[in-house]
Design a protein. Structure first.
Lengths: 104, 42
């Protein structure tokens, strides 16, 4: 995960606490998704960014996951995400999220 | 996970789903969006 985003997330949690915060991803690369999910939960696995050794324990969802889709307004979801669902690897992303959570 | 009332950090990408699209979806589910970013890999 980009060090700038790591710094952003760390600053937000330092200022507001982690309670109620959820990180929602939009990346299409399965490996990037898996690393991002791991980073905001357990710390930067590469040990280079501001979250190296920092276990924030934040929950992470991807915008492609059913858990998000089912709670969103249908019209908004279709308008904002419909095109990307058709053109990007939704199954690959969802599998990466399951791996990141240790569900597979 | 119930999104209603959660504080969402939306991290998008310019070559996939942009942050603002994620934010719109999160808001429609009742979440408060506290930060929106769209990474660029060029």
């Amino acid at each position: 995960m980009d060090p700038d985003n790591q710094a952003l997330i760390k600053r937000i949690v330092d200022e507001r606490g982690a309670d109620g915060i959820v990180v929602m991803l939009g990346a299409a690369d399965a490996e990037a998704v898996e690393v991002a999910a791991e980073t905001v939960r357990d710390g930067d696995p590469a040990w280079v960014g501001p979250l190296a050794g920092v276990q924030l324990g934040l929950p992470v969802l991807h915008v492609f996951e059913d858990e998000v889709k089912q709670q969103a307004d249908d019209g908004v979801y279709e308008e904002q995400i419909g095109f990307f669902e058709m053109t990007l690897d939704v199954d690959g992303v969802n599998e990466a999220m399951r791996r990141a959570r240790g569900e597979t | 996970m119930e999104l209603d009332g959660k504080k969402v950090i939306a991290l998008g990408e310019r070559d996939s789903v942009p942050g603002e699209a994620i934010a719109e979806v999160a808001r429609s589910a009742g979440a408060e969006v506290i930060e929106v970013r769209t990474e660029c890999f060029v």
